[in-house]
Structures are given as C-alpha cells and as structure tokens.
Design a binder for this molecule. Sequence first.
Ligand code: NDP
Length: 273
Amino acid sequence: MQPVQLAGHALPPIGQGTWHMGEDPDRRQDEIAALRLGLELGLTVIDTAEMYADGESEQVVAQAIRGVTDPFYLVSKVYPHNASRDGVVKACERSLKRLGVEHLDLYLLHWPGQYPLEDTLEGFERLRDAGKIAAWGLSNFDVPDLQGVALNGCATQQVLYNPEARGVEFDLLPWAEQRGMPVMAYCPLGQGGRFLDHPALQRIAARLTVTPAEVCLAWVIRSGHVMAIPKAVDPVHVRLNARAAQLTLAPEDLAALDAAFPPPGRKQRLRMV
Ligand code: NDP
C-alpha cells in the first residue's frame, strides 16, 4: 500500500467518509461501530463536515474516536456561508467542540461561497497559528477559480472523482500534482452507484476475485497522489474498502477501464454533488 503524502503526513490512500451519518438515531451505533472498525483496519483518515446532519456527523465521529489511542487523522469542513475571516474561526471552534478534540488535522472550505477566498484563508491561518488546525485546504474549487490566488499553505483539494467522473484528470489532477498537492476523492464509489455493475468492472473483479467496489477504489488511488474517502456503514463494506488499498491493477485492467469509462479529451466543468 502506497501512502499519500499530505501536509507532512504519510497517510493511507483510503480513508472514511461520513456524509449522512448522524441523520438517523437508529443507525448511530452501527455508524460508530463502522468507523471504529475502519480505524482498526487502517482507514485512519476520517472526513466529516459541519454540514453533515447539521453537526450530528461530527458527534458520531466524536463517539467513534473516544478512547482511541492509535493515531488517526481528522478532517472537517466549514460551510461557505460561515467562511468569513472571523466566521471560519467560530465555525471551527464549534466543530472542535462537537468532535471533542483540541485540534483538527485538516480543515477545508467546503465549496466556493460569497466571501473572498483571501479572507477565509486568513481565518485558516489564524486557526493554524492558534494550534486549532494543523493544515487547511479547499474543496470543489475548479482550476480557473484559483487563478491568481496565493495557495502556498493549501494542503489538498477535495473533489468528486470516480470512473464515471473523470473530468478532473484533464486539468485539476495535473495542476495539483505539479504543486505536490494530493487530492482527496469524494464519492469514489459514485455513492454506491450503478456503475459498479458495469461489465468492465465486473470482469476485472471476477478475474482478481475481488468486488467491483475494490477495483473502483484501487483505480481511484492508482497514482499515489489521490486518497479515496468512501463512506461505509455496512461492516462488510468497511472490510472490503480496507482491503482495496492492497490491490494493484495491471496495465490491461487500466486499459479496459479507459475503454469503458473514457478519460476526458477536453476541459470539463468541475462536477459537484
Ligand atoms: P461513496 O462514493 O463513498 O458511496 C457511499 C455508498 O457506497 C454508501 O451507500 C455505502 O453503503 C456504499 N458502499 C461503501 N463501500 C462499499 C463497498 N465496498 N461495496 C459496495 N458499496 C459500498 O459516497 P459519499 O457521497 O458518501 O462520498 C464519500 C465521502 O466523501 C462522504 O461520505 C463525505 O465524507 C465526502 N464527500 C465530500 C463532498 C464535498 O463536497 N467535499 C461531497 C460528497 C461527499 P453503506 O453505507 O451501506 O456501507
């Protein structure tokens, strides 16, 4: 398993998403158990956001990490409407409280909003100086959005990326790689989407005696510069996702996937969910 270098940390290439966790009290114990299982299996990056279930997702994460002594890497995100110079500091403090931690490893601006990016970045830098975050990054920013912005401290971009959403390969992934900036791929399984049934994925999975989801995740992280953050509550899914980090696809598998899910031939507008 090749680690992803992010803000001075060698991190596992597969982490854990948490969108929709915390929405249903009846599922809470399963969600906590899934995150804890993931941590035990090496999925030590946990991605959450103040948006998810109105902060309840952060509280699920808080319960999952309580008492965990092995290292883990915690990521949360600020809503654009909270991302003014002062607002970002207050939003982070609320997230820290919900998460029950003193600091975040990484804090992201969830998507572009009404405040000048420079103001948000100033807020991030203040949080970093105060030791409340170790690093900051962006999410859902297309390359043209970032022309002329001083991004020296930006640790990562988090964007939609999976075999059916390859637009970022045209410009954003090369842009990030040139800067030595890893990318976090959200919805790496297309939200459990139908493309997992695609015959090309099924054929490769059958040959390797794995599942299409594992092939999909191995494909997403294949460059060594992209981390996938699938969300899984089903413990079977968690185990498969952890196993996917060990899978390397052969050139003929990659070619088959290129034929089934063609790479972009021109600039495509950044997709978001
Ligand atoms: P994913 O692509 O991770 O898909 C999640 C779905 O796939 C769930 O239904 C899950 O089921 C299922 N699943 C998980 N593992 C497997 C498996 N091995 N085989 C088959 N099905 C599986 O979608 P998300 O939208 O959750 O994206 C991942 C994470 O990215 C989010 O949770 C969030 O943290 C982040 N995100 C960030 C965004 C941003 O704007 N920055 C936007 C969207 C997401 P089950 O839960 O039942 O196991």
